[in-house]
Design a protein around this ligand. Sequence first.
Ligand SMILES: Cc1cc2nc3c(=O)[nH]c(=O)nc-3n(C[C@H](O)[C@H](O)[C@H](O)COP(=O)(O)O)c2cc1C
Length: 392
Amino acid sequence: MSAVNSSQVVNIEDLRRLAEQRIPKCVFDYLDGGAEAELTLAENCRAFRDVTFRPRGAVAVRDCDLKVRVLGHELSFPAMLAPVGYSRLMHPAGEVAAAQAAGEAGTGYILSTISAHKLENVKAASQGPVWYQLYLMGGRAAAEGSLDRARRAGFSALVITVDTPVAGLRERDSRNGMKELLGPSLFAKIPYLPDFLAHPGWLAAFLLDGGVPRLENVVIPGKGPMELVDVAAALSEATVTWADLRWIRELWSGPIVVKGLLTGEDARRAIDEGAAAVVVSNHGGRQLDSVPATLRALPEVVAAVGGRIDVLMDGGVRRGSDIVKALCLGARAVLVGRAYAYGLAAAGHAGVTRALKILRADVERTLRLLGCPSAAGLDRTYVETPPAWRSG
Ligand SMILES: Cc1cc2nc3c(=O)[nH]c(=O)nc-3n(C[C@H](O)[C@H](O)[C@H](O)COP(=O)(O)O)c2cc1C
């Protein structure tokens, strides 16, 4: 039996511990860490404690309906898989394994631009909805190529991440020598070899997979797929502006989701620019440190949107009860990032499947304990929020 299916794995934190054991510290810290002092990273998780439940007693809920609809897709439960870059470093099956597990669980997967499996293979692995997340890395010509491939492969929505005008300072990555590790010089990697050698299972799989992969979905005309080491510099030139969004709308006729908003003003602007949904997100605390927890920002965005488009949120979701709280505050569904990526790093496809099973069982149990028969029926009457949150 795989370690992720043992009786010792009961929550996402258990998967996090297994991931920490299996993969080198530099890869684990990339996955686990946040920007600068990691204030927002911690606050994303902590904010869920500020919201408490108001259960309805003496209600027998036997058949709980966990389904929700997002952009016309029916999801079997209200969580999708967020775009997570460098997934193939966590496990060779990377994005393919995650998309497959999402589809089997009846939910959707969002493929990051910073991905190393060809988008066509990722789409083919999933029986559920798959969306493509776009950074303008490599310029507009590279983006045009990716969008054309994504459309032909059957990606059903495009996610534009707007909180990354430059890569955040992830101090753990600097200390761990992430840049040296991804670069071409073998000499520069020498100080980090003990970390790799201490994780022989990961190292063997990484070498058999061909070592540091390239970005198969960012093909620079005349040059080929972008190298992973070039990502940080490319991100600095990849800011997606509202003007870019208008240009992207000409190329992409399907729904566009704007990810990375924290205010009502930006949400209204996104609607004016034609967004079909927004994701309240601070990139999991990996970009601008000291922005508020996403759960705290959610009510303001929900109020500004006023039901005109779907509002999703991500950041700090580690339990199904977190998902339920976000829905009570007006999110249609959440995205999970680290919660499934820990599973991926721990055991590939089996780990992602385990993460989704844990979250799904949590959501169902929480609904029954709350006395609410359906995820779609959740609202603010099921939670108590601090007084300052009620204006949203
Ligand atoms: C390792 C890692 C890589 C990420 N890469 C991307 C990315 O390539 N594109 C993107 O839009 N968001 C990216 N994100 C942000 C996630 O999509 C999501 O917003 C965030 O993980 C949510 O917070 P959570 O991890 O606490 O669930 C990444 C997050 C992590 C943890």
